[in-house]
Design a protein around this ligand. Sequence first.
Ligand code: 13P
Length: 258
Amino acid sequence: MGSEKSVRRVKALVAGNWKMNGLKESKREIRRLAKKLDTGGKPKCDVLICPPATLIGLLREEAKGTGIAIGGQDCHAKASGAHTGDIAAAMLRDAGADYVIVGHSERRTDHHETDEMVKAKAEAAWEADLVAIICVGETGDERKAGETLAVVGRQVTGSVPEGAMPKNMIIAYEPVWAIGTGLTPTAEDVAVAHGHIRSLLTERFPETGKAFRILYGGSVKPGNAAELMAVPNVNGALVGGASLTADDFYGIISAAYL
Ligand code: 13P
């Protein structure tokens, strides 16, 4: 069995990151998406939506029985305490989340999160029985300087905790310059970055490295999703803007290969 074949068998995940968007009325997008998933046949991938924390409980209720999972967008590294405005992983779990995104580039930039902090957050997620989606990706300047693989490698090595397993950790490769810009790397560039991440995972976790999901994120749309998700070692997508409406998000879900 070729290694690519076994990687291909990893079930894809199409995840939506709503970022700081969404009010209670947004539950109708879940309803609309569920209807599309129902009539369009069983999706070939797992489907996840990460709304703002205020909507987790409501959307979880709305998504009951639909197969759509709900996740958070960040958690604190500590289990509880004096951290005004922060949210603990157990609170996300309690509200109905099964996953949490950690280390998104917007958190790394806006809140100065380091690899060490991201790693601690992933461990906190596991303590609360959440799957951690760890984001990595180079900036435009780093890319121009030819540092993409070095930056991404450093982030993966520094942010992924020792106890990572395919069932508790997912990597999302999101080139910062591709987020919200309409720009995407070429399929070849995505293949190189994902291949590098895969080899770091297989070196560090020889038994399980091939089974981790590595998502691509950054301007994924219905029109480019099939091409991006067909790249070797791409096991799904992390979608921002195009996850906000059921039509676009369903278009991306339909493009998942497996
Ligand atoms: P866009 O899909 O809007 O580029 O955002 C990607 C992203 O940051 C998902 O986490």
